[in-house]
Design a protein around this ligand. Structure first.
Ligand code: IMP
Ligand code: MG
Length: 331
């Protein structure tokens, strides 16, 4: 068994969907598995010139790869079937490619109702937190208990371990800065967003081949805490980068990338391939900065940024490649 992992290193919205989509277009993956979260995620994917936003369904469906909502996820049946329908209408054979791990947990109407009154964390109001709470309190409902999921269920052990050639792409949701343990608690999501979280879905650590850590060249965050400093440049970045939440339409707050936190994320996740997206945005804005220990690092231009980053991460023992991308549909 071989497994590659795609995960976010910041606060979600790093364009993980784009990377999964691209990797599926040329990889030999037999399965794409979403390993955490629910429909709080919003993955924007440009496929054959068309824009798609998926919340539950892994990006494998666009290239005919079997796509599983893993045991570490929580699933809202309403949202799930809505998405299947939308993809089918667009000619993507989602209903035959997608399955749900029978031990994934269900987001119920009560979970959504409860989450809809949140103002403390600034959640996506999709019922994510209450669903995970009930799972860990051992009063949750599992996917296999719902009649409507019949025909979509899969036993992850049977599926993966009966196939000696299984090659899995794990697709993460949210990002390290929103991780329940390593993020800025309580301004986090209710699941684990790390490489370890992919393993929790039932594969051995020895299977991991590559870990794709995805970042943006600047940071964004959506939620209740104050994140964006008072400086007009961040309004410009927000506008040029079209930084609106794919799930809720909220404006994403912007800031310079905190390079020390990013290094922590790279180390704790064993990132092998590091991607910086949205280079085109800062190119248009015309300012290049990072934060380090509450100081600002200033750069003259894009090439100075690139060589500084490459040398900064060259000391990280796990990293083999650093990529910079200024494209919506590929690295
Ligand atoms: P929840 O996951 O809906 O409970 O929200 C908790 C926090 O995570 C809030 O700050 C959300 O805005 C944020 N969040 C959850 N999912 C995403 C995502 O996919 N992208 C960006 N932020 C997210
Ligand atoms: Mg998103």
């Amino acid at each position: 068994m071989i497994a590659d992992v795609v995960l976010g290193l910041q606060h979600g919205d790093e364009a993980k969907g784009k990377i999964t989509h691209q990797l599926c277009s040329k990889g030999n993956y037999t399965h794409v598995i979403r390993f955490n979260g629910g429909c709080n995620a919003g993955h924007t994917i440009y496929h054959e010139g068309k824009k798609f936003v998926t919340h539950h369904i892994p990006a494998g469906v666009f290239y005919g790869v079997e796509s599983i909502i893993g045991p570490g996820c929580v699933v809202d049946p309403e949202q799930f079937f809505k998405e299947i329908e939308e993809l089918e209408e667009a000619g993507i054979p989602a209903s035959t490619l997608v399955s749900i791990a029978n031990n994934a947990h269900v987001i119920t109407k009560d979970h959504k109702r409860e989450d809809s009154s949140d103002s403390r964390i600034g959640t996506t109001k999709r019922g994510n937190g209450p669903a995970y709470r009930d799972k860990y309190n051992r009063v949750g409902t599992r996917a296999k208990e719902l009649e409507c999921f019949k025909g979509y269920l899969v036993d992850i052990y049977e599926e993966l371990y009966s196939n000696p050639d299984a090659e899995i792409l794990f697709e993460g949701a949210q990002g390290f800065g929103l991780d329940i343990d390593h993020g800025d608690y309580p301004y986090v999501t209710s699941s684990h967003c790390t490489t370890a979280s992919a393993l929790l879905n039932g594969v051995p650590p020895q299977a991991i081949r590559k870990v794709w850590g995805i970042a943006k060249i600047y940071e964004t965050y959506v939620g209740a805490k104050s994140f964006q400093p008072k400086d007009a440049v961040f309004d410009t970045i927000q506008r040029v980068g079209e930084e609106f939440g794919a799930t809720t339409g909220r404006k994403r707050q912007c800031n310079w990338t905190d390079i020390d936190t990013l290094l922590k994320a790279v180390r704790m996740n064993g990132v092998t391939d590091l991607v910086f997206n949205k280079m085109d945005v800062l190119r248009e804005v015309g300012e290049w900065k990072f934060k380090s220990k509450d100081k600002l690092l200033h750069f003259q231009d894009e090439s100075q940024v690139k060589s500084w980053i490459t040398s900064f991460f060259s000391n990280s023992p796990t990293i083999s490649n650093v990529y910079f991308s200024g494209n919506k549909d590929r690295i």
